[in-house]
Design a protein around this ligand. Structure first.
Ligand code: LLP
Length: 433
């Protein structure tokens, strides 16, 4: 991973929408350095066309089928992106009352919202029932009872689907694998049938579907096919009990290219999924998907400025103004994000190998290790593949204001979130005096 980038045979993650033109990094038709000069750094920049092109690949794989795409809001919950996806006809997968209110704020159709998560509070359940969401993805029998009780108290019927843990290995980072027996998620496969019987008998519930989500950053079709087979086995058994399910929700999880991964395109994955559904005569069920990372991950970059180049005993450090509070994935998962300069370096520029680190007082605050770069203080760099699980996981650690965000559409760019002001960081705090 330490070779200089911009080699013609190495398209950047996010290409063709994020690419180098005349020696300068551009997002669609906009020169990134000009955005950084105008808005400051750290700065997130997203490509509208990149998001819509992935969505088009999902749509291609769903053409002529009964299907619903529910974007997983947690991947990036910025209102402008939610608005873009709502206007493009997407529904949403939410995991909190906060995410529900975000999507309602951009005019989302409640009937296209599914509510996932292991720990829905009574207040969140009540709110979602009032909003009239499409379905609760229920993760335990205890939660089934809680939802039924709250629905009855409101005089409503709650649409539910049970999240089943299919015990499939998604071959991904242990923190983002969710479909194994040891994970906290879902109802164990062996207990699912009994849970369906209970759900069907509970007043206040309408049993609508079945649901699973086996993990994130999955770069292979095989774990999906395994999960589909395990889920369809259950659908058949549930039908024997007299419960006819309307939908099968396969969650999200499709990976993206951060380095040299070669995940299937959405329509390729979907072809494999339909093949299984059709082979078992279940292709007429509505298919729900909850993609997050694959829709936005490679549509975004984080622009940062080099503060200092520091020579250590064993390593060189490139200290930049973005940090683990802006880009938590390397610190949390040792995740790789490509890092490229905004200008192609001169052919004779001296390259050195650096650890790219932020200003936060933790050794875990690194953005990239052993990167070969030709940089000077004041230069700007772009951290690629930063559209998902970056801004939505950003914090104010070290009292650092969260970054600004810009959305590019062709030749124009729009500020979609201004940088936090310092005094906003402590305005909720109370002093004695
Ligand atoms: N549906 C459910 C129920 C989920 O738990 C998730 C993600 C998704 C859908 C969307 O998955 P995606 O398509 O984005 O892979 N912070 C981690 C990823 C955590 C994923 C949590 N669940 C990371 O940065 O890698």
């Amino acid at each position: 991973m330490s070779q200089p980038r911009y080699a013609p045979d190495q398209p950047l993650a996010g290409a063709p929408f994020i690419a180098c033109a005349q020696g300068r990094l551009q997002v669609e038709g906009v020169v990134v350095d000009e955005l950084a000069a105008r808005h400051g750094t750290p700065l997130f920049v997203y490509s509208r066309a990149a998001i819509l092109s992935v969505l088009a690949s999902y749509r291609r794989g769903l053409a002529g089928r009964n299907a619903l795409i529910c974007y997983a809001v947690k991947a990036n919950s910025s209102l402008a992106l939610l608005e873009l996806l709502a206007n493009a006809g997407c529904g949403f997968d939410i995991v909190s009352g906060g995410e529900l209110q975000r999507v309602l704020a951009v005019g989302a159709d409640p009937d296209k919202i599914v509510f996932s998560g292991v720990g829905k509070t009574p207040a969140e359940i009540a709110l979602a029932l009032q909003a009239g969401i499409h379905c609760f993805n229920v993760e335990s029998v205890e939660e089934l009872h809680a939802i039924a009780r709250i629905a009855r108290s409101q005089g409503r019927v709650a649409p539910v689907s049970l999240r089943v843990n299919p015990d499939v290995d998604a071959h991904t980072h242990p923190y983002i694998a969710t479909g194994l027996q040891d994970n906290k998620f879902g109802i164990p496969h062996a207990q699912a049938l009994a849970a369906y019987r209970q759900a069907a008998a509970l007043e206040g519930l309408q049993v609508l579907g079945i649901d699973c989500h086996i993990g994130s950053q999955i770069v292979d079709v095989a774990p999906y096919v395994q999960a589909v087979d395990r889920i369809l086995d259950l659908v058949a058994q549930i039908k024997v009990q007299g419960i006819d399910l309307q939908h099968v929700d396969l969650g999200g999880g499709l990976g993206i290219r951060y380095a040299d991964e070669t995940p299937p395109l959405p329509h390729e994955l979907l072809a494999a999924i339909w093949q299984r559904l059709d082979a078992r005569g279940m292709g007429r069920h509505q298919l729900i998907l909850e993609p997050g990372r694959s829709l936005v991950g490679n549509a975004g970059i984080c622009v940062t400025e080099v503060l200092y180049l520091k020579t250590g005993e064993h390593k060189n450090f490139c200290v930049v103004d973005a940090a683990m509070n802006d880009l938590p994935r390397p610190a949390l998962y040792q995740a790789f994000h490509d890092i490229v300069p905004l200008h192609v370096p001169a052919a004779d520029a001296a390259h050195r190998v650096y650890d790219v680190v932020g200003p936060i007082c933790e050794s875990g605050d690194w953005l990239g290790r052993d990167r070969r770069l030709a940089v000077r203080a004041g230069d700007r760099l772009a951290v690629l593949s930063a559209g998902a699980y970056s801004m939505s996981m950003a914090s104010n650690y070290n009292t650092r204001p969260r970054a600004a965000e810009v959305l590019v559409d062709g030749d124009s760019a729009r500020l979609i979130r201004r940088r936090e002001r310092m005094e906003e960081l402590w305005q909720m705090e109370l002093l004695e005096r």
